[in-house]
Write a protein that binds this ligand. Structure first.
Ligand code: COA
Length: 167
């Protein structure tokens, strides 16, 4: 990830909020296909969803962006704290996206490390993510970071990957 800096997204930077929202849509298109993913949510809904993660009154979350030396956003990850059925809090990687021209350079690695550091700061001891069972790059990314497949939901073609933090 030569030269990229990871920082929290500023909710006042509306162009960046809009870009992250657009990339949430692109993630859905890339994972689910144009027809299913493209029209799933409106731009307004996606932008509000990004902002929700930056407003502690609405949700316990954060959005991290990877910024190239020239100021372009190379990618982002959206994280939040959720609770399982027993009431235990855990960290969730909601979505992670790197622009095609910035891929295979370690940007996602750095975003996952920053997201996990934030989760540890929130005192949770485990982390999780959901993805399509066919999303090879994402499965490989999280396995590299120590996540194991803990649930399959065949009817939705989705899987859950989980990791317990140690130390
Ligand atoms: C998955 C994604 C975030 C990876 O971003 P990236 O910055 O290219 O990833 P990195 O360069 O940091 O790679 C880290 C690890 O991820 C895995 N990986 C990344 N791209 C991969 C690919 N095309 N094929 C296989 N493994 C891949 C590898 O394990 C890699 O480690 P390595 O370089 O030591 O082999 C990116 O491809 C993407 O944005 N995809 C579309 C969006 C998406 O599917 N998001 C998840 C929705 S839940």
């Amino acid at each position: 990830m030569p030269g990229c800096v990871i920082r929290a997204l500023d909710p006042a930077a509306r162009e960046e909020v809009a870009l992250v929202a657009e990339r949430m849509r692109l993630t859905l298109v890339e994972v689910l296909g144009d027809e299913a993913g493209g029209a799933m949510y409106t731009s307004e809904w996606l932008e509000d969803r990004v902002l929700e993660h930056l407003d502690p009154a609405r949700l316990h979350g954060q959005v991290f962006v990877a910024v190239e030396p020239d100021g372009r956003l190379a990618g982002h990850t959206i994280v939040r704290i959720e609770r399982d059925e027993a009431g235990h809090a855990f960290g969730l990687f909601s979505t992670t996206y790197v622009a095609p021209e910035s891929r295979r350079a370690g940007v996602a690695d750095a975003l996952i490390e920053r997201g996990e550091a934030w989760m540890r700061e929130q005192q949770v001891t485990a982390s999780q993510t959901w993805t399509a069972d066919s999303n090879g790059p994402l499965l490989s990314l999280f396995r590299k970071h120590g996540y194991a497949l803990t649930l399959r939901v065949p009817e939705k073609k989705m899987v859950v990957l989980s990791k317990a933090f140690v130390g």
